[in-house]
Ligand binder design. Structure first.
Ligand code: FAD
Length: 391
């Protein structure tokens, strides 16, 4: 009797698409549902760029997971027919000398322990190698050559093609409305166009929409809006690698991080902060006072960009979990329901591993990461400390 399952996945962002591809390739029958168009314009995964880095303070599990994910990104650069991992390196700078307990210090220490070729920088070497920076404000930090960015929306688009090639049944334009349940067993979904679809397992991978679609999760995860602004400096070549890689500016304390200008001249700046609680189905607007804050940051750190024209902004949504870790596991209260969600602002970079993690759960296989993403109730002390792994 084959162990292959029929599986419904709700949501075709990076968590859903990678699970669909891996499960279909392992022989399961997968149906993927999303209101579309795909990649969905409001999805968190749909953006011009996401940071790929392994620098996670003293959290060795995420660093190790990212080491494996980087090997996957290298492979995708070979297999997907275009460059999806732009390895510019990752610049992690501090506004004060790096000290134990600080994100920069602890990341650098762990990188060295794991034999990663990160190079310590000081004001002089920063000025010389990365001249766009106002070096006097960043006396310490390091450059990790193993890091960069991915065109996230394009990656989702390419993986959806891989899903269709693999035989995933794509239901673009069909949105999940509610679960089909008899007593506590989930047997499928009803879509907003009134159709019922049955399956052995339903995987909820609807990102920031998940707690709204499954309200019983609202104690564990919620939707938070974060600001992103695109600028178009005249001299965008000055803000391109190697002199301008992906960077983080004392991010543990300021939230500022950003990207090199793309060849079309667009330079993205983002801030990871407390954000705003938003309704995922509601209007998304970057508060009017944000542009001034973004320009104040430029004045402090990249004076050459302070007057760069703004060309777009976006309120992108996190599905924030209470401890900052993903949920990739079955719901213990609802047999047949599984989650792969809770990216908490840092999930995209693990794309080459996310599908494997979800498929292992479906097949009841343990791996060295399972316990971090396993179902846990709020307040489980063991995961409480992990909160600093954001971004
Ligand atoms: C501002 C910002 C910056 C970020 N920067 C980074 C970064 O630099 N590096 C990094 O690693 N991560 C980053 N992240 C996090 C990353 O983007 C997310 O963790 C990841 O993209 C989440 O993917 P997802 O598949 O869970 O959700 P999404 O990509 O949002 O996909 C959810 C899907 O569910 C679908 N859906 C919604 N409702 C329904 C329904 N009723 N039925 C069926 N489908 C439905 C949507 O259409 C969508 O396609 C950032 C996030 C934000 C918001």
């Amino acid at each position: 009797m084959s162990d292959n399952k029929s599986i419904i996945i709700v949501g075709a962002g990076i968590f859903g698409v990678t699970a669909a591809l891996e499960l279909q390739q392992r022989g399961h029958k997968v149906k993927l549902f999303d209101p579309g168009p795909l990649p969905h314009p409001d999805a968190s995964s749909t953006d011009i760029s996401k940071v790929l880095r392994m620098d996670y303070g003293k959290d060795e599990l995420y660093m190790e997971l990212m080491e494996e994910a980087f090997a996957g990104w290298d492979q995708w650069n070979e297999e997907l027919g275009e460059t999806v991992f732009h390895q510019t390196g990752y610049l992690m700078l501090s506004r004060d000398p790096m000290v134990p307990g600080g994100l920069e210090h602890d990341s650098f220490e762990l990188l060295q322990k794991r034999g990663q070729p990160a190079e310590r920088l000081n004001k002089g070497s920063l000025e010389e190698r990365f001249p766009a920076w106002n070096a006097k404000n960043y006396p310490d930090g390091y450059f990790n050559p193993r890091g960069g960015w991915a065109p996230s929306g394009r990656v989702v688009q390419l993986l959806i093609k891989e899903c269709e090639k693999a035989g995933v049944e794509l239901h673009e334009g069909a949105a999940f409305q509610h679960l089909l349940e008899n007593s506590s067993k989930v047997s499928g979904i009803r879509t907003t166009n009134g159709e019922d679809h049955k399956a052995d397992i339903v995987i909820a991978a609807a990102g920031a929409w998940t707690p709204a679609l499954l309200p019983h999760l609202q104690d564990l995860m919620w939707t938070v809006g974060q600001p992103v602004i695109h600028f178009k400096p005249d001299n965008h070549q000055d803000y391109q690698p190697p002199q301008f890689p992906v960077w983080a500016a004392d991010v543990g304390r300021t939230g500022w991080y950003g990207f090199p200008a793309k060849d079309d001249g667009i330079l993205k700046l983002a801030n990871h902060g407390p954000g705003w609680s938003v309704d995922p189905f509601g209007e998304r607007r970057v508060p009017a006072d944000q542009e001034a804050k973004f320009r104040d940051f430029f004045a402090h750190t990249f004076p050459g960009l302070v007057d760069a024209p703004k060309v777009a902004d976006r309120l992108c949504l996190y599905c924030d979990t209470w401890d900052g870790n993903f949920y990739i596991d079955f719901d213990p209260q609802r047999e047949g329901l599984m989650l792969s969600t809770g990216g908490s602002g840092h999930g995209f970079k693990f794309a080459p591993m996310l599908g494997k993690l979800a498929a292992d759960v479906v097949e009841g296989k343990q791996n060295k990461y399972s316990s971090r993403f396993a179902w846990r109730s709020r307040g489980d002390i063991s995961t409480e400390e992990a909160r600093f792994s954001d971004l």
